[in-house]
Design a protein around this ligand. Sequence first.
Ligand code: ZN
Ligand code: ZN
Length: 336
Amino acid sequence: MQQLTLEEPGRITWQEVAEPELESDGQALVRPLAVATCDMDLMIARGESPFPAPIALGHEGVAEVVEIGRAVRSVAVGDRVVVPFQISCGTCERCRRGGTDACENVPPLSMYGFGAAGGGWGGLLSDLVRVPFADAMLVKVPEGLDPAAIASASDNIPDGWRMVAPFLAERPGADVLILGGGTRSIALYAVGIAVALGSGRVDYVDTDPHRLAVASDLGANALEADPERHRYGIVGDGSSTADGLRLALDATEPGGHCTHAGILFEGDVPINMLAAYTIGLHLHVGRVAARPVIPTLLAMTANGRLDPARITDRLVRWEEAGEAIVKDHTKLVFTR
Ligand SMILES: [Zn+2]
Ligand SMILES: [Zn+2]
């Protein structure tokens, strides 16, 4: 089968590799149909990430089930499914608590699309992918939903969700500040989800004219400079810069929630712990646990409350993924 592979920095090729096979009764084989770029993929594909090549690329997408083990109950051959990027068993204590980013039954950081650093599970820009825990991982796509529109439900849309949704449930109608530019699409998904969930005012900060226009279209106040109003109940930092994180912390109101969703390769950032203590800051850092929120996001998309397709720059033919993935973009979806 064909698999898009970063062989080494600067060299991406469609490689002919052996097809995966079912290794136990609870597994499934799926054929990806629509695969989106994750906000990390530009860096991974350009060889600028900390993850060493070779890397089978792609970890967000919708696929068709082509084979299932005898014990699989929740999906059937022919079903269209979202494939979460993280490998999770669904039955260990962490998975049952919703911590599918840290399943106890697989090595830490087990995920598609990150090469050996992610456990060597392959990538979704492949003809076939093995899903080790089919019942726990796969989410059936509701009738009528376009796979391309929800290809990012594997990872980046849930990542936007966790920046705002749990806190809007706690504080309905709260004002929201989202800093974009680093986690390019995640920050925009956060804007769309905040508006859909009935937030107060949403301010979005970025320097890119296209993303500012998208944010405005989604219902945010799009700002090229730091906001004049300095305190928000909910702040999402998708800047991936130390300055952005500092701004996010300073902009969080007493008792508010600040989520840092962007990986900061810059390293240490001093935090004024007295200031954080004084206002009762809730700072959330860490990887998204994608699987638990996917059904909710698909339902919101199916009933029209959320339109993730508005964040997609363009659809790209499957065969052209290797050339397109290294060029500047916010969100591409490869289809066949
Ligand atoms: Zn990702
Ligand atoms: Zn588990």
